[in-house]
Write a protein that binds this ligand. Structure first.
Ligand SMILES: [Zn+2]
Length: 137
């Protein structure tokens, strides 16, 4: 499974997501649903994809391109954690900095605090077990 995802991600890094992009479509659908539920329909990315070259962050957003990249290391985490990361990055498409406006966008998602704690714990564990992997947000 992991190998397949890596192959797919590598493919999408090289080429624009045109044909046979079921995983990308599923992510986009999930993002749209989350945006509708928690962000008043705002922050929907033009492109959202899994990447394997994102080892120092869980995810990143590029507001200029309305694109979101999620680290493959999130795969297998509880859904409420990955949903939080997607919401976090979508909020960055609305507000780039971590200011009060930004956090108010995430206030309606009920798992923001626990998801942050979960990711901090995962980063801590990963730093202990795999010293080559650094983390932070
Ligand atoms: Zn952020």
């Amino acid at each position: 499974m992991k190998r397949m995802v890596e192959k797919l991600s590598a493919k999408y890094l090289d080429a624009p997501p045109v044909e046979d992009d079921a995983p990308v479509q599923a992510l986009l659908q999930r993002a749209e649903e989350l945006a509708g539920r928690y962000l008043g329909g705002r922050g929907i990315p033009g492109r959202i994809s899994w990447v394997t070259n994102q080892n120092s962050r869980w995810a990143s957003a590029t507001p200029a391109h309305r694109s979101i990249r999620l680290s493959h290391r999130l795969q297998g985490m509880p859904e409420w954690v990955t949903d939080y990361v997607i919401l976090h990055e979508m909020a960055h498409l609305i507000e780039p900095s971590h200011n009060a406006v930004f956090w108010s966008l995430l206030a309606s998602y009920p798992h923001t605090g626990t998801a942050k704690a979960f990711l901090d714990g995962a980063a801590f564990a990963s730093q202990r077990n795999l010293p080559s992997e650094k983390d932070g947000q």
